[in-house]
Design a protein around this ligand. Structure first.
Ligand code: NAD
Length: 290
């Protein structure tokens, strides 16, 4: 396929590289100067999009996505797929999809989980919103860039799935960390705590697969001095998107709200910026609430 790829950052560059390696004709554009093996560079986003079968965007936020979409939609040929893999607010995803549809394009929102390691290894998971036709066209690309894609329904549903998942993740990570800190104060050995909880009703991905306590459970960022992994500021971004969506749809998400407040404090007022999101455990070890 002829692919335009806009946003060649930490995630976009390795994703575009994997598509080129698999034999696709990839033209990239980023406002910063970036070179990716096998990917040719266009001078503007519109030039990268011209004549493409699929245009992929991997950008920082919804405002930037809207601005880039306004440039590329008029340049794309009718029937082409506009595939946004960024994590953005549901409203921006739906607004861009509606503009793309009006121009005769097939829009998809397909945020990912798996991080920079998953992007490099081609093992991302895609959560996809959009029509069956668009999903079927993009499926071979999801199979190159990732190991799994789930079609979640209409436009915006990919973003909805992503922020709901990450809201659960933020909440369970905090719960796991505060429980470890409480266990410490009660004199309970961390290995015993892990052995019980990981096989009892408190188990979760945060405890079982990504344990925030160093030296316990499978290898995780805790074993590497909390080098991310998944940085606390990216968790904060996703939690904020969940709260924005909750407000817009009048959903009651008190635990998501509490997690957002704690990660905001952690990133903006404490030492959380640049650390893995599981570094909430040393935070709780050091101090109590407030
Ligand atoms: P990044 O900041 O490394 O990359 C974004 C790129 O977009 C940059 O290279 C920037 O120069 C470019 N850009 C910004 N404005 C532009 C414009 N107007 N035109 C063209 N290019 C422009 O970010 P990233 O880590 O690659 O993340 C991209 C998206 O993926 C974000 O939405 C993020 O939330 C999501 N995501 C990231 C991770 C992760 O672990 N990094 C994991 C899952 C999802």
């Amino acid at each position: 396929m002829k692919i335009g790829f806009i946003g060649l950052g930490n995630m976009g560059a390795p994703m575009a590289g994997n598509l080129a390696k698999a034999g696709h004709d990839v033209t990239g554009y980023d406002m910063a100067t970036v070179t990716v093996d096998g990917v040719s560079n266009a001078r503007t986003a519109a030039l990268a999009a011209e004549g493409a079968d699929v245009v992929i965007t991997m950008l920082p936020n919804g405002d930037i996505l809207r601005a880039v979409a306004a440039q590329v939609i008029p340049a794309m040929r009718k029937g082409a797929v506009l595939l946004d893999c960024s994590t953005v607010d549901v409203d921006s995803a739906r607004a861009v999809a509606s503009d793309a549809e009006a121009a005769g394009l097939l829009p998809l929102d397909a945020p990912v989980s798996g991080g920079i390691g998953g992007a490099a290894a081609g093992t991302l998971t895609f959560m996809v919103g959009g029509s069956d036709e668009a999903y079927t066209t993009a499926l071979p690309l999801f199979e190159i860039m990732g190991q799994k894609s789930v079609h979640c329904g209409a436009s915006g549903n990919g973003q909805a799935a992503k922020i709901c998942n990450n809201m659960i993740l933020g909440v369970t990570m905090i719960a796991t960390c505060e429980a470890f800190a409480l266990a410490d104060k009660l004199g309970l050995d961390r290995q015993a705590m892990f052995d019980v909880v990981s096989t009892s009703s408190g188990y979760s991905w945060s405890m079982n697969a990504y344990c925030p306590a160093p030296g316990i459970g499978p290898k995780s960022p805790a074993d590497n001095d909390y080098t991310p992994g998944f940085a606390a500021e990216l968790m904060l971004k996703d939690l904020r998107l969940s709260q924005q969506a909750a407000e817009a749809s009048d959903a009651d998400t008190p635990m998501g709200q509490a997690a957002t407040t704690l990660y905001q404090r952690f990133v903006e007022e404490e030492d959380g910026k640049g650390r893995d999101f599981s570094a909430m455990l040393p935070r709780f070890e050091k101090r109590g609430w407030g």
